[in-house]
Design a protein around this ligand. Sequence first.
Ligand code: HEC
Length: 155
Amino acid sequence: MRVSKRHAIVVAVAAGLALALFLYPSHRLGRDRLPVPGRISQTARALLQTRMERHGETMAELMRRLVLFDYDAVRTDAQQIREEPWLARPLTGDATELNSALPEHFFELQDELRARALDVEHAAEQANSQRLLDGYVALAKTCMSCHRLYLEGEK
Ligand code: HEC
């Protein structure tokens, strides 16, 4: 085997190993969950935990597929997110109603998320890369706005 060829193979194997280590979950830095903010009431906490279970998984999957311009998968994921039973607005001003533990802004962001998900769904249907790019940015803003509201309360 020629030296340069062997060298190329060594480099390729090393690069592959480095990538595998990088992608291996235990080598990732950081957490996968939002910290629980101290000011959240027990009621709101319980409500979010039961109703938003697995929320992160589907959402994160959509974001990953968006950056990869995977039109078919984006369409399916966005549709699923739109149809998810999110939290219903409180019907009455009754303080005993569980959902009134959450601020109105939370429900507005839920609506916004659905609207943004519909935008990316349409962009994916049309395989329109520019619309998909714009949709991704708008969607990411909605995710972070709601997470910030959750972590820091109304600003
Ligand atoms: C209307 C509010 C709201 C929107 C919009 C929202 N999230 Fe969340 N998200 C939450 C809350 C609240 C939690 C914490 C839930 C808990 O800890 O029980 C959370 C948690 C998460 C987590 C942590 C894992 C988990 O399942 O708890 C991830 C990841 C996540 N969200 C991703 C996203 C992404 C991506 C988007 C946008 C595509 C998004 N979220 C949009 C409210 C929202």
